[in-house]
Design a protein. Structure first.
Length: 192
């Protein structure tokens, strides 16, 4: 009788212990399941949200820095900005020394207005460019492509854009474009 009572008590303790372990593991499993599904829900929300990414490239040997800002929604590009800041050419340095930054910018704008290639490029629908000498005596070139209005055929047919990669960019999804840029050394972060 004692053996049966001891065996029954031991069995109850084992079953009770196993039952508690199952109950204790269920909440942990539920948390893992919830955690595992949250990123999927977030990604689906993000697909419909407007994304803005900043791509910063390492400084080139000559001191030129390139920062690109990509705005997109899902698989659709919205805008793409390229900001290139480089040291001044000797000609521009000399101009700044002689007449100052403001007058150098006035002369630079007049020179660009006379440049046929530059005029043809800025006439392409959806593209803007602003080139200026900064107060710290560096040259800033800001190019903006508004994909909602961009004339891709105009880009394709204009020699100014040869090698820009805009046509190739328009043929891949933004996620792939960002992936390629990262593999080329860009640091990709969320843009403000």
């Amino acid at each position: 009788m004692k053996k049966i009572l001891i065996t029954a008590t031991a069995s109850l303790l084992i079953l009770a212990g196993c039952g508690q372990k199952k109950e204790a593991s269920k909440p942990g499993e539920e948390e893992v399941k919830i955690t595992a599904t949250l990123p999927i829900l977030t990604e689906k929300v993000d697909e419909n949200a407007v994304q803005k990414k900043r791509l910063e490239f390492p400084t080139a040997e000559g001191g030129t820095t390139t920062v690109q800002t990509l705005t997109y929604q899902g698989d659709q590009y919205l805008t793409f900005e390229i900001e290139v800041i480089s040291p001044l050419t000797e000609e521009l340095k000399k101009s700044v020394e002689e007449v100052g930054v403001a007058e150098t910018n006035t002369r630079l704008k007049a020179s660009l207005d006379e440049d046929e290639n530059y005029k043809a490029a800025t006439a392409v629908r959806g593209f803007t460019s602003n080139i200026e000498v900064l107060e710290d005596q560096r040259l800033k070139n800001l190019s903006t492509y508004n994909f909602q209005d961009l004339d891709l055929e105009g880009i394709r047919n204009n020699t100014y854009f040869q090698g820009s990669g805009i046509i190739e960019m328009s043929e891949v999804k933004p996620s792939k474009f960002l992936e390629v840029r990262q593999s080329n050394g860009a640091i990709v972060t969320d843009a403000p």
